[in-house]
Design a protein around this ligand. Structure first.
Ligand code: FAD
Length: 397
């Protein structure tokens, strides 16, 4: 790994994508400053799944031991039918996934995963210069009068000049707008309820006990909606993501507090196991309107580039948004790690060339899943279920 860069990069946004990029660049010897608008670096109180592609990136950054300490491993991925909970398909994960994909499929609390990456950014024993993390720094403007030294300008007027600037500022990226990129944001028409249900409540009730007896990544398909759930922190919480048609209020506000009653009411007539589970939600239920971006390969201009949701926001219908951001981070650092500051635009161009097509395919597939997951009962739903059946396999763990 090259580790002798003498230049500096500013990353706007300290989410999972921005921090992974900061860590990967640090390990290539690049001096990195991360500007985060929030008063504290952290993540929302929710779960996250990382498929082998993301696990591989994070292991490559030396985080395997830390991830082993915070992960929960699902033994299978199960797809169920809304009305009676019958299993449409069961795909083994667990050991089999590690054996065949050479990396695991794991679940985490988002805050735990974020903390692991952040700690590695600032670990004085780590390789490369420690990442400079600045909170309360909302970037509101860019000064590109010297194209070789872009300046990020925070709301309080502080200027951050560097050799390159990476916009990792999420689905509503300000950097993207300031670069003059086309407006590609699309409202999906759906929203996601998110909730964490205490695992002890689940374990104590015979009607929900099955959820702790075998850890699985489960998705229920029903007409115009679907429900995802899995355990995190070794069973401390059941993470719920429930995707349903969006209300006008949430569409307008992007996100809104919700309630266990609203969550349970969103699945009328579903198999008894669904209300039994959802009725255990506590008061921290919230709703997020789901936006994504049209495929757009324009992610860089000179010494400025985009990463993660800022470049390819996608629906969470493949659980790949953060994972794709992590793949971006690894490739970005690899390319920047090989050049001197004069050649940054070429490195950024190579980064985009290596990433845009693949991320765009994942974006498109996630969008197609909106239709695929939500068929009303009928011929298309039956054809889908038959297609999924081919992923069936016997679990060996
Ligand atoms: P973000 O996480 O949005 O981070 C952007 C950061 O930039 C934030 O900290 C923000 O405060 C900061 N910021 C924004 N503007 C500014 C500014 N102007 N100045 C300074 N800072 C700024 N992906 C998976 O891989 N697996 C999953 O299981 C999964 N589940 C999901 C479930 C749901 C319900 C949803 C909605 C998404 C899910 N995703 C999942 C997608 C994933 O959450 C995102 O793709 C990922 O968080 C994007 O990371 P990011 O760093 O690009 O952006």
């Amino acid at each position: 790994m090259a580790s002798s860069q003498s230049y500096e990069v500013t990353v706007v946004g300290g989410g999972l994508g921005g921090l992974t990029a900061a860590l990967a660049m640090r390990q290539r010897g690049i001096k990195v400053t991360v500007l985060e608008q929030a008063p504290q670096l952290g993540e929302v109180g929710a779960g996250i799944q990382t498929a082998p592609n993301a696990s591989r990136v994070l292991f490559g950054l030396g985080l395997r031991k830390q991830m082993e300490a915070i992960h929960t491993e699902p033994l299978d991925q199960v797809r169920r039918r809304w009305q009676d909970g019958s299993i449409i398909a069961l795909t083994p994960l667990g050991e089999r996934c590690k054996r065949e994909q050479d990396a695991p499929y794991w679940h985490y609390h988002r805050a735990d995963l974020h903390r692991v990456i952040m700690d590695a950014c600032t670990d004085p024993e780590g390789s490369g210069p420690v990442v400079n993390l600045r909170t309360n720094q909302q970037v509101t403007d860019l000064d590109r009068s010297n194209p070789q030294r872009p300046v990020a300008i925070a709301a309080d007027g502080t200027r951050y000049e560097a050799d390159a600037l990476i916009g990792a500022d999420g689905v509503r990226s300000q950097v993207r707008d300031l670069m003059g990129c086309e407006d590609t944001l699309i409202f999906s028409g759906d929203m996601a309820f998110r909730a964490l249900i205490p695992g002890d409540l689940i374990a104590a009730d015979p009607s929900t006990r099955w959820l702790v007896d075998r850890f699985q990544s489960t998705i229920w398909f029903g007409p115009d909606r679907h429900l995802v759930h899995y355990m995190i922190r070794g069973g401390e919480f059941l993470n719920i993501v429930a995707c349903v048609p969006c209300t006008d209020e949430v569409a307008e506000k992007w996100s809104a507090p919700s309630s266990p009653d609203e969550l349970a009411a969103a699945f009328p007539g579903w198999d008894d196991r669904v209300p039994a589970m959802l009725s255990k939600a506590k008061d921290d239920v919230s709703c997020f309107a789901l936006y994504h971006r049209r495929r757009d390969p324009v992610w860089m201009d000179g010494h400025v580039a985009l990463l993660g949701d800022a470049s390819h926001a996608m629906l969470p219908y493949q659980a790949q948004g953060a994972s794709q951001a992590m793949e971006d981070a690894a490739v970005l650092a690899e390319e920047l790690g090989q050049v001197t500051s004069e050649n940054i635009p070429e490195a950024l161009r190579r980064y985009v060339n290596r990433r845009a097509k693949h991320a765009g395919m994942v974006q498109a597939a996630s969008h197609q899943n909106q239709t695929f997951y939500h068929y009303p009962d009928g011929p298309e739903q039956r054809a889908r279920d038959a297609q999924l059946k081919q992923f069936d396999g016997e679990s060996d763990v």
